[in-house]
Ligand binder design. Structure first.
Ligand code: AR6
Length: 171
């Protein structure tokens, strides 16, 4: 099941929210900064432990931590690609970021998961192309693996929200 909202993802009461992180897992700006600010120190501590174990998170992969003070139970940190014009596997890596986050959710008995618009901020991925990939990746995963999982697309900016409204509307 897919839902769409325009909101701040730190307010969403899903089992898991996804963070558009970077490979260091040490925080940053945008949605990453908002999640660490609102969730508190426990998230950063958990990220540091993962770094000590596996040296961060490669682009396209995902790791899971506590959600600290947030209403969600978990944060799934994934790393989207930086857009370099489209010839550096950006589309495949963005798909992997969504699919590996969903896989991580299933492995942790998550029943509802909220995604921000990964890579469409400072990583500069074109918004319409990113929305198409996000929606296609999620639909294909749900159809193949678990169609009872609830997926919430959380758009922060109005441009993304309008794009998702259009792309999710029944044909
Ligand atoms: N809730 C939901 N979405 C948000 C929020 C929020 N509170 N704040 C921003 N967005 P970005 P990226 C949207 O730049 O492009 C960080 O510094 C925003 O409108 O957060 O994947 C990391 O540490 C945009 O559509 O992530 C990395 O270094 C979307 O979130 C780098 O940025 C993604 O924008 C990752 O870049």
């Amino acid at each position: 099941m897919i839902e769409l909202v325009q909101d701040d993802i730190t307010r969403i009461e899903a089992d898991a929210i996804v963070n558009a992180a970077n490979s260091s897992l040490l925080g940053g700006g945008g949605v990453d900064g908002a999640i660490h600010r609102a969730g508190g120190k426990a998230i950063l501590e958990a990220c540091r432990k993962i770094r000590a174990r596996q040296g961060g998170c490669p682009t396209g992969e995902a790791v899971i931590t506590t959600a600290g003070n947030l209403p969600a139970k978990f944060v799934i940190h994934t790393v989207g690609p930086v857009w370099h014009g489209g010839h550096n596997q950006e589309e495949a890596l963005l798909r992997s970021a969504y699919t590996n986050s969903l896989q991580c959710a299933i492995e942790n008995d998550v029943r509802s998961i909220a995604f921000p618009n990964i890579s469409t901020g400072v990583y500069r991925f074109p918004k319409e192309k990113a929305a198409e990939i996000a929606i296609r990746s999620v639909r294909e995963f749900l159809a193949a693996r678990d169609d009872s999982l609830k997926v919430i697309f959380v758009c922060f900016d109005s441009e993304n929200y309008r794009l998702y409204q259009r792309l999710l509307a029944p044909a």
